[in-house]
Design a protein around this ligand. Sequence first.
Ligand SMILES: Nc1nc2c(c(=O)[nH]1)N[C@@H](CN(C=O)c1ccc(C(=O)N[C@@H](CCC(=O)O)C(=O)O)cc1)CN2
Ligand SMILES: NCC(=O)N[C@@H]1O[C@H](COP(=O)([O-])[O-])[C@@H](O)[C@H]1O
Length: 221
Amino acid sequence: MTEFRVAVFASHEGTNLRALHRASLEPGMAYSVALILSNNRDSGALSYARTHAIPAAHLSGLTHPDPVELDAAICALLREQLVDLIVTAGYLKKIGPLTLASYAGQIINVHPSLLPRHGGQGMYGRAVHEAVLASGDPMTGPSVHLVTAEYDTGPVIARHELPVHPDDTVESLASRVLAAEHDLLPAVVQYLAARAISRPTPAESVSTPCDPVGAADANPA
Ligand SMILES: Nc1nc2c(c(=O)[nH]1)N[C@@H](CN(C=O)c1ccc(C(=O)N[C@@H](CCC(=O)O)C(=O)O)cc1)CN2
Ligand SMILES: NCC(=O)N[C@@H]1O[C@H](COP(=O)([O-])[O-])[C@@H](O)[C@H]1O
């Protein structure tokens, strides 16, 4: 493998996407941001893609009302773009079973709390920091984890622990955690890219097809 191609999924501003892309341009970095995908056609993430000439797509319930077809379209685009790793960063929709099966072990997410605390359905953005403050936790910080079927339940790959200050607000906590995400996520992606490039791909390894039959065959029940 000579190039490690990363797809970034974002729903709104995409500050993590920008940090990942900026980091990828530094000397010695082993990955490139090859595709940006958003479920929000007005997102800052798609604006960033346009201004930086990064291939991008809006795929959502608007473009594909049927969730199964949306899942298949996302998976097919990833295969077409020869993506090696998917990063969800501020992406607020569930990755579907077809894409999960086709990219098992190749999808990571950044979450703004120390998982497994304060994750799951409804736990995104402000709600996470509100939960941290309400719990009285002395520590918080971003987690990067493998993406599995249910929200925020995959194995944690890395975390960055930060103290919660007595005078912290949702805004001050969000700002400090987000800044830590912008360092942690590129470091994790760089590690995964360098590891993949250092390991020759076994000749017999094949990508798992996106079609339901192919995916099922590849991962028999
Ligand atoms: N299959 C998976 N998909 C995704 C995961 C995951 O772990 N498995 N992580 C999320 C990111 N995330 C937390 O890090 C997260 C995002 C969104 C939600 C949520 O409750 N979303 C709402 C819809 C919100 C909206 O449409 O504006 C919902 O599903 O009701 C929870 C956690 C990315 N995908
Ligand atoms: N559970 C998902 C979640 O809360 N994701 C969070 O969305 C924020 C915005 O990201 P962005 O600035 O990169 O768009 C980030 O803090 C990210 O951890």
